[in-house]
Design a binder for this molecule. Structure first.
Ligand code: GTP
Ligand code: NA
Ligand code: MG
Length: 279
């Protein structure tokens, strides 16, 4: 894309960290809803994506599972993001999947903003977290480094606006832009079969604007956009701009998480390409 076609876009922010350190709770606090209440055993088993407006800024947030079994989802989450929020519980400090999250962010070349969570607990020791992080070459701002950090409580919501401000500061350093005027290109965040709708895939639009009626190919699947739905699965959109996560209805076949999603000339051509990939 030519430089003069590029316009500012929202940062894509992936929340990562050890199991139960409070990633989903942090997003709940940001969204003021209650996703954790509806999860089986309170364990995130998929990647959720939402867009949030706060103090005049738009952010795209991606939740990831902290459980050891979901390392591939963490690595995928890190690869489609601009910024990683590393959540570390102040009563538990750095753990195995904290390390894995740091590794994923490094491999993807993505800057980390540290959120030290559960600071409402009496056993919280945020200084210990910061000291332990130095062993991974994460030197936070208050220790003379350049990694932004905030002490928070997802439970009491303390520090949440300040954390969002740090994320915005990090994003401002990055000059994030995309061309909204071209055919859309994105990535499949997750896909599943839904009653009455067939395959529904959450697609993160990275460039261009995705519109109802667009033909597309994604991995070994293809189709034509019949509807674009919001995170609630109900709100309908006519289009989705860069950095917007959107639920796409209209698939033939099931794409895999991580598949590139590309708008095609027409549905027939997209189907032929997808059929070829299947062989
Ligand atoms: P996984 O997705 O399974 O990796 O977990 P998670 O990191 O999303 O953690 P989750 O938000 O499910 O929270 C785990 C537990 O910690 C829940 O019981 C939350 O209520 C609790 N919790 C989260 N944040 C806080 C906090 O700031 N303070 C306190 N006291 N508890 C918290
Ligand atoms: Na959990
Ligand atoms: Mg979770």
């Amino acid at each position: 894309d030519e430089p003069d076609t590029l316009l500012p876009r929202a940062p894509v922010v992936t929340v990562m960290g050890h199991v139960d350190h409070g990633k989903t709770s942090l997003l709940d606090a940001i969204r003021q809803t209650a996703v954790t209440d509806g999860e089986a055993g309170g364990i995130t088993q998929h990647i959720g994506a939402y867009q949030v407006n706060s103090a005049g800024n738009t952010f795209t947030f991606i939740d990831t599972p902290g459980h050891a079994a979901f390392s591939d989802m963490r690595s995928r989450g890190a690869n489609i993001t601009d910024i990683v929020i590393l959540v570390v519980a102040a009563d538990d400090s750095v753990k195995e999947q904290t390390e894995d999250s740091i590794r994923c962010a490094r491999d993807a070349g993505v800057p980390i903003v540290v959120a030290i969570n559960k600071c409402d607990l009496e056993t919280a020791d945020p200084s210990k977290v910061k000291t332990e992080l130095t062993q991974y070459e994460i030197l936070t701002e208050d220790l003379g480094g350049d990694v932004l950090v905030e002490e928070i409580s997802a439970k009491t919501q303390a520090g949440i606006p300040q954390l969002l401000e740090k994320v915005r500061m990090q994003a401002d350093l990055m000059d994030l832009k995309a061309n909204p005027s071209r055919d859309a290109v994105g990535v499949v965040v997750e896909a599943k079969l839904e009653k009455g709708l067939g395959t529904v895939a959450t697609v993160l639009v990275q460039k261009g604007t995705l519109k109802v009626g667009d033909a597309f190919i994604a991995g070994e699947a293809s189709g034509k956009v019949r509807a674009l739905l919001g995170d609630d699965g109900k709100t309908r959109f006519d289009s989705a701009a860069p950095s917007m996560p959107i639920k796409v209805v209209g698939f033939t076949g099931v794409p895999a998480a991580g598949d590139l999603f590309i708008v095609a000339e027409d549905e027939q051509l997209a189907k032929e390409l997808a059929d070829n990939r299947q062989r």
